[in-house]
Design a protein around this ligand. Structure first.
Ligand SMILES: O=C(O)CCC(=O)C(=O)O
Length: 288
C-alpha cells in the first residue's frame, strides 16, 4: 500500500500546517475535493464536450490544454472553494490559474509521462510561487498509471532534462530528467475519484502506461501567486481565481462565456501560442 494511503484523506481548509507539509515533502495527498458522484458528473461533461472538439487545436501532442478557457465546467473546477483553500495554504490569499490540462490515458495504451520537473520549461520566475493540483475524475491506481512522486526532490536543484520528442510521452518535448534513484523511493499517488494531489514545481514525478480497460482521467491545474513573472515568452496570461493581483505581470483572462464559443476558442488559441514560446524554447520543433 502506498505510504499516503495509510493516512486519512486531508479535509481542505486554509491551514499553515498544510503549507508547511507541502514545502517539507514537495506534495500533499490525498485531499478530498469532490464526491465520487460529482467527479463522475464532471467526467460525463468532459466526454460530451470531447465529441465537439474535432478541428480545434486543443494542445500540444495529445494533451487537452487550457480547458478552463474552453469549457465552463473546467472553469468551475478552477474556482472550487475546497481546492482554493488548499492552494491558499501554499501560495497565500492571491491566486492565479496559469494553465490547466486534462491528462487522459486511454485504456491499454503505451502513453506515459517520463520523470520530470514541471517548472523546467515554463519560463516562470519562482518555483515556490507555483503549485499544481491534479484531480482524479475516476479512481487512479498503479494499474491504470497513477502519478509517482520522488518526495523531497523539490529541495534540490533543477536537474538537466533531455528532449526525446517520443510520441508515447505525454510531455510537450518528451523531456526526461537525468536522475538515478531506487524504486523504493517512489510514492504511488493512488486517488479515488474526486480526490486530488498537489505537487511542487521542482518535485520529480512521472506516470507509467494505463494497463486497465477504462480511461485514466486527471485534471491538472497550475496555480501561481501574482508576484511570479514570465521570463521566456514574450508575454503571458492567467486567470484570477481568488484575492487580488497587485502586480499585473500577466494579462488577466475572463472565464469562457459559453462552452467552445468563438471568443473562448480565440482566447485559448492565443494562450496556447504564447505559452508554447516558453515550452519549446531552445528547440527547433514547430510550436503549433
Ligand atoms: O497525468 C499524469 O500522469 C502526469 C501529470 C503531470 O505531469 C503533471 O500534472 O504535472
Amino acid at each position: 500500500m502506498p505510504e499516503h494511503a495509510m493516512t486519512r484523506a486531508i479535509a481542505p481548509q486554509i491551514s499553515k500546517d498544510l503549507g508547511d507539509q507541502f514545502f517539507a515533502e514537495g506534495y500533499l495527498c490525498p485531499v478530498d475535493i469532490f464526491s465520487p458522484e460529482e467527479a463522475q458528473a464532471y467526467r460525463a461533461e468532459l466526454e460530451a464536450l470531447e465529441q465537439r472538439l474535432s478541428g480545434i487545436k486543443t494542445g500540444n501532442k495529445n494533451q487537452l490544454n487550457y480547458p478552463h478557457l474552453l469549457f465552463r465546467f473546467a472553469n468551475a473546477i478552477c474556482h472550487n472553494a475546497q481546492l482554493l483553500d488548499v492552494v491558499e495554504s501554499i501560495l497565500g490569499p492571491d491566486i492565479l490559474v496559469w494553465g490547466s490540462t486534462f491528462f487522459i490515458k486511454e485504456p491499454r495504451t503505451d502513453s506515459f509521462v517520463s520523470w520530470h520537473q514541471d517548472m523546467k520549461y515554463w519560463g516562470l520566475s519562482d518555483t515556490d510561487g507555483q503549485v499544481s493540483a491534479w484531480i482524479a475524475l475516476n479512481n487512479v491506481n498503479q494499474a491504470n498509471g497513477c502519478m509517482q512522486f520522488l518526495p523531497k526532490t523539490h529541495l534540490g536543484d533543477m536537474v538537466n532534462h533531455k528532449d526525446t520528442f517520443s510520441d508515447d510521452n505525454f510531455l510537450t518535448r518528451g523531456q526526461e530528467a537525468d536522475i538515478t534513484f531506487n524504486d523504493d523511493e517512489i510514492v504511488h499517488i493512488e486517488l479515488t475519484a474526486g480526490q486530488a494531489s498537489f505537487h511542487h514545481g521542482k518535485l520529480l514525478h512521472a506516470s507509467p502506461p494505463n494497463q486497465s480497460d477504462d480511461r485514466r482521467i486527471g485534471y491538472a491545474i497550475q496555480f501561481i501567486a501574482p508576484h511570479v513573472q514570465q521570463h521566456v515568452a514574450s508575454k503571458d496570461f492567467a486567470m484570477l481565481v481568488r484575492g487580488e493581483d497587485r502586480y499585473g505581470h500577466f494579462e488577466l483572462l475572463d472565464p469562457p462565456d459559453d462552452d467552445l464559443s468563438a471568443s473562448a476558442i480565440a482566447a485559448h488559441h492565443r494562450v496556447l501560442t504564447v505559452q508554447n514560446e516558453a515550452m519549446y524554447e531552445g528547440t527547433d520543433k514547430p510550436s503549433l
